[in-house]
Design a protein around this ligand. Structure first.
Ligand code: NAD
Length: 356
């Protein structure tokens, strides 16, 4: 089958890590007899330099007709002084909105070979953890009504957290569907002891759970969840939560894995269409030096294969090759104990390819 992929390499290390991921994907195509057709388009700072805006219409259109979007990272000091609507990071928010990507999937996996990089003690880590955060991405306080009021006492500012039943239902369904393919446990995180929006969230999640009797559901308040992921991360399978809580919890969990250059993410919409990207940024401090870790982007491609193209075997093949490269001791600069023993982006890609 043919799969059309819009490729947004972006800025900084974006092009370096995306090249590695495409190399791996094309090799999977050869091995398993699939045709991946790439259409490279600009977004972020590189798009601003050419079009005067971070997300040109051409890019939106190309992403809309593609089967999936692969993105490196955007941003950099060169564009830091631009007004907020021209900043490279706006491109990602714009793409999520244009493509209707309401579900953000962020795996937080502790790779056994890297457990010494985690800030948690080994007795807490045990034999590792594998958490998947399913975060609502297009609703809640980030998209609610906002403003500044002025009265006799001076200025006051507000941002409204609002969720409709429809928004909660569709993200809850995504979480339960993911749970069915994993360890069948969903922890829904809210603040229903205080917030009305959380009380509706909890009610709808419970309704959706009735369609998934095999999946165990529990609820945590967000303050308790923030403690529990540190106290005992192994207890979690899927964490289902809102835009704001998910933003914070997924970053907290990624730190526990000890490796920002390792973690992929997916933003999914209706019908499995998705945008796949590493969680890290454009790392301007190491851009152009050929030493960025390509693994987060390579694992993003594995997520693309599994979630958008339903190619689970091919995805597992990539994940196993990454694990083997780590088990064999290959390290890029960000995960090496001694930087002198680290290998380049291209070398890491080559090693992973050789294990596929
Ligand atoms: P960052 O993730 O780019 O870098 C943080 C640190 O981690 C740096 O020391 C960097 O060298 C290192 N690092 C990150 N990815 C790495 C990799 N693959 N291999 C080796 N080391 C890696 O975060 P930042 O410094 O806060 O942001 C830099 C720029 O990226 C900013 O302009 C920011 O707005 C942007 N950003 C973009 C995205 C995105 O495109 N989704 C996400 C976060 C930040």
């Amino acid at each position: 089958m043919d799969y059309k992929i819009a490729v947004v390499k972006g800025d900084g290390i974006g092009p370096e890590v995306v090249d590695g991921a495409i190399d791996i994907l094309s090799y999977i195509g050869e091995k398993f007899n699939h045709k991946f057709i790439y259409n490279e388009v600009l977004a972020g700072g590189s798009a601003y330099d050419v079009y005067g805006q971070p997300l040109p219409r051409e890019t939106i259109d190309a992403c809309k007709i593609a089967d999936a979007v692969l993105l490196g990272a955007v941003g950099g000091t060169k564009w830091d002084s631009l007004p907020s609507d021209k900043r490279p990071e706006r491109a990602i928010l714009g793409l999520r909105k244009e493509l209707g990507l309401y579900a953000n999937i962020r795996p937080g996996i502790l790779f056994n070979a890297l457990s010494e990089s985690s800030p948690l003690k080994s007795e807490v880590l045990g034999d590792g953890f594998d958490i998947c955060v399913v975060r609502e991405l297009t609703g809640g306080i980030y998209f609610g009504e906002r403003g500044i009021k002025e009265n006799d006492l001076g200025k006051s500012a507000y941002d409204i957290e609002e969720y409709s039943e429809m928004e909660v239902r569709r993200i809850a369904k995504t979480a339960f569907e993911f749970a069915m393919k994993r360890n069948k446990k969903v922890t829904s995180v809210d603040k229903s002891n205080v917030l009305e929006s959380s009380r509706l969230w909890r009610k709808v999640v419970e309704e959706v759970s009735k369609d998934y009797p095999e999946v165990e559901l529990n609820h945590l308040y967000v303050d308790n969840a923030a403690m529990q992921v540190i106290r005992d991360p192994k207890q979690f399978d899927i964490i289902l939560t809102s835009n704001l809580f998910g933003d914070i919890l997924s970053d907290e969990i990624s730190v526990l894995t000890g490796s920002i250059g390792m973690l992929p993410s997916a933003s999914l919409g209706q019908g499995g269409k998705g945008l796949f990207e590493p969680i890290h940024g454009s790392a301007p401090d190491i851009a152009g030096q050929g030493k960025a870790n390509p693994i987060a982007t390579i694992l993003s491609v594995a997520m693309m294969l599994r979630n958008s193209f339903n190619l689970g075997q091919e995805a597992s093949c990539i994940e196993a090759a990454v694990n083997r490269a780590l088990d064999e001791g290959y390290r890029t600069c960000d995960i090496a104990r001694n930087e002198e023993n680290s290998i380049s982006t291209k070398e890491m890609t080559k090693v992973i390819k050789s294990y596929i």
